[in-house]
Design a binder for this molecule. Structure first.
Ligand SMILES: C[S@@+](CC[C@H](N)C(=O)[O-])C[C@H]1O[C@@H](n2cnc3c(N)ncnc32)[C@H](O)[C@@H]1O
Length: 213
């Protein structure tokens, strides 16, 4: 039987329990490497860019990108994920790295101050994605970039528990970005994750949009 979808408060607890061992799973690291590679190919990241990673987890995507930009702000609902993100940054002696427990929908960043927002595998955990896309769009400077990687539509077998979205149609996802006031730039499949025991394949897309200049 599939468990009911998680509430926001449960979300933190669920991911808190996974934070310590999150990076040990090779499939997560492989996914993040491909997402990072695709982002760096398609977005002209540069030193000095203000970068934010939404649903940052332990930083598998945000921290490698911070080695280019020199800084990143990770935001996540999970206290333990945020703590792990900070600990990894400290161990790597990365300066310019910050992370916060923050729900951007309820507590948006003040003003438009971010050049690039990235997010990997977080949106299918977010019940209301349109308010989140609006909050992110509001945080971007004119001309700023948004890159979201997530599951393509799947049959619900990716998670043992129910989640708000069993992936997304990438083209429809670009439309949601457009409705948030962004200009869709591209979408492409950037990775195929295989999960045991069946080693079934779950494609992952990267959707990119820009805030009008
Ligand atoms: C599957 S993990 C992905 C973590 C990381 N991006 C990665 O690729 O390894 C999803 C993360 O999104 C976070 N999350 C879920 N809903 C969120 C929300 N509304 N705002 C911020 N973070 C959220 C969870 O706490 C969790 O750390």
């Amino acid at each position: 039987m599939v468990a009911p979808p998680l509430m926001l408060s449960d979300m933190s607890t669920t991911f808190d329990a996974k934070a310590a061992t999150w990076d040990e799973e090779p499939r997560r690291r492989a996914m993040a490497m491909d997402v990072v590679a695709a982002i760096t190919q398609q977005i002209p990241l540069a030193p000095g860019h203000r970068l934010m990673d939404v649903g940052c987890g332990t930083g598998l995507v945000g921290l490698p990108l911070a080695s280019i930009t020199g800084s990143v702000l990770g935001v996540d609902l999970s206290v333990e994920m945020v703590a792990r993100f900070k600990a990894k940054a400290a161990a790597a002696k990365l300066t310019g790295v910050a992370a916060e427990v923050r729900n951007l929908v309820e507590d948006p960043l003040p003003g438009s101050s971010v050049d690039v927002v990235v997010s990997a595998m977080a949106f299918h955990h977010i019940d209301q994605i349109d308010p989140m896309l609006h909050a992110i769009a509001g945080s971007l400077v004119p001309g700023g970039w948004l890159a979201i990687a997530d599951l393509e539509t799947e049959d619900g077998s990716f998670h043992a528990e129910a989640v708000p979205h069993n992936g997304f149609d990438p083209v429809a996802f670009l439309d949601r970005m457009r409705c948030a006031g962004l200009v869709p730039a591209s979408q492409q499949r950037v990775h195929v994750m295989r999960k045991p025991p069946s080693n079934r394949e779950y494609p992952i897309f990267l959707a990119i949009a820009r805030k009008p200049a």
